[in-house]
Design a protein around this ligand. Structure first.
Ligand SMILES: Cc1cc2nc3c(=O)[nH]c(=O)nc-3n(C[C@H](O)[C@H](O)[C@H](O)COP(=O)(O)OP(=O)(O)OC[C@H]3O[C@@H](n4cnc5c(N)ncnc54)[C@H](O)[C@@H]3O)c2cc1C
Length: 443
């Protein structure tokens, strides 16, 4: 009897402990799921949940909740666990290095580009950054992923693959021509040097690419990145001058000369080699890396008066602009940042955006522009479009409302860049519009 009682007490206690642990575990899981759910709701409100750029998607039927994807991702809150399965939260913050894809032990993660409703025109690029034309590689924003860190990473990876695929004899023809010297082209050039390739880098404009065209006062937001022949750049908030000085320093230290003011007019085949043609010269090489970004031709508004000399598509020296009536058009980070810089310089700034709210801008920029509007520094007109630009005014319209005019000295348009279609198709590269297409999958 005593033994029976003792057993009841023991088994009873074990049962109580087991159910208490289970209860606490389930309660914690529910609490964590609620936190993730709230974050997803906020990400959706801010337009950060489903970007057109490369991002992960989780197959919830295969996910085993190992959490490996979350641990592997160096960014924050891109993935979380909800109701016992991994899910995306702020997928717009994905920088596309695919760490989650490789970390998942059951291959439940795929990488997708575009969404079902918003397509994005992209050249064909394989996971090793090769286009549909064997030997022509594509890295950086041209391939669909924005941001400096991504461009640096992709430039590096692309050249690593090129170095594996070609036999460099370091004499005769070039191994590689790198087109473009933005972050992708710079990092590619360093990697080419590191791998002892015989190469040239041709840049139509100036070293630095889009970063060179940033306003001097702009805060450049980035993430720590590994630059070949330099090591880790541990910057989070920096300036264009600081970044360009690091890039120039490491290029000089390794005797790499970027050929600036050299526009590549076409890339074609010449027997086994590629023929890269500029205004004055022809280069023959075993491989070509296109690191040309997407901003070669800024997207235009297509309205009357847009050809006036007061209309600009980039803001280079805002310190020389003050006391003007300025209209900034666009709703991305470039438009928002430029509006704030121009306002700081004592201009009367109006920001016009065609949508009803700012989607897909960095949270820091959203806070700053909201503050600037509250304090009256920047006037924001949402749901608005420019109808006509004149010498001293612009004609605008708010959706479902009458048109109106604004006094105006300068217009800055930041409506993104258009793909250099002709250049790419002449080189044989296929371009397609991707609507939520899986580009990397384990299946
Ligand atoms: C206003 C603005 C603000 C931004 N702020 C940030 C930020 O804070 N943080 C961040 O991470 N990202 C930011 N970005 C995005 C970032 O600048 C880009 O994602 C990055 O520069 C892409 O690098 P890339 O090397 O692929 O292309 P790019 O930097 O665009 O460089 C491409 C280069 O190729 C050259 N080129 C093009 N065609 C040819 C040709 N036919 N022959 C020779 N050369 C050619 C171009 O002149 C250019 O120099 C911002 C972008 C803009 C517009």
């Amino acid at each position: 009897m005593e033994v029976l009682l003792e057993n009841i007490v023991i088994y009873g206690s074990v049962g109580i402990i087991f159910f208490t642990i289970l209860f606490l575990y389930l309660r914690k899981q529910k609490k964590d799921s609620d936190v993730v759910e709230a974050k997803i709701k906020k990400a959706k409100e801010m337009g950060l949940h489903e970007p057109v750029s490369l991002h992960p998607v989780v197959d919830i039927n295969s996910c085993i909740k190992s959490g490996a994807c979350i641990t592997a991702c160096p960014e924050k809150d891109i993935l979380g666990i909800k109701d016992g399965k991994a899910t995306t939260i702020n997928a717009s913050r994905c920088v596309g290095h695919g760490a989650c894809f490789h970390a998942c032990p059951v291959g439940a993660i795929s990488l997708k580009i575009g969404t079902e409703t918003r397509g994005v025109e992209l050249p064909h690029v394989s996971p090793v950054f090769e286009s549909n034309v064997p030997g022509i590689y594509i890295a950086g924003e041209m391939g669909g992923m924005g941001l400096i860190k991504n461009a640096v990473e992709q430039g590096k990876q692309a050249v690593l693959n090129i170095a594996k695929n070609i036999k460099s004899n370091n004499k005769g023809n070039l191994d590689l021509v790198i087109v473009g010297a933005g972050p992708a082209g710079i990092s590619a050039s360093l990697m080419a040097k590191k791998n002892k390739l015989k190469f040239v880098t041709l840049e139509q404009d100036t070293l630095g690419g889009t970063v060179y065209s940033f306003p001097r006062a702009k805060i450049v937001m980035t993430a720590p990145m590994e630059l070949p022949l330099y090591g880790k750049i541990k910057l989070v908030e920096t300036s264009k001058d600081e970044l360009i000085s690091i890039w120039k320093g490491v290029l000089d230290a390794n005797d790499i000369v970027i050929q600036e003011n050299t526009k590549v007019e076409s890339v074609g085949k010449n027997g086994e080699l590629f023929e890269v043609i500029t205004k004055d010269k022809q280069y023959l090489a075993k491989a070509v890396l296109l690191a040309i970004g997407r901003r070669g031709s800024p997207r235009k508004l297509g309205v009357e008066g847009e050809q006036l000399p007061k209309v600009y598509y980039r803001l280079l020296d805002p310190e020389h602009i003050n006391g003007k009536d300025v209209l900034v058009v666009g709703g991305g980070d470039s438009a928002v940042e430029s509006a704030m810089i121009l306002a700081d310089n004592g201009n009367n700034v109006t920001l016009s955006y065609r949508r009803e709210k700012f989607n897909r801008i960095k949270p820091g920029n959203l806070d700053r522009i909201t503050e600037a509007e509250k304090s009256g520094e920047v006037k924001i007109i949402l749901n608005s479009n420019v109808l006509k630009i004149e010498k001293d005014k612009v004609l605008m319209k708010i959706e479902n409302d009458d048109s109106f005019t604004l006094a105006n000295d300068l217009v800055y348009v930041f409506a993104g860049g258009e793909l250099p279609r002709e250049f790419l198709t002449k080189a044989g590269i296929k371009i397609t519009k991707k609507f939520g297409e899986i580009v990397m999958s384990h299946k």
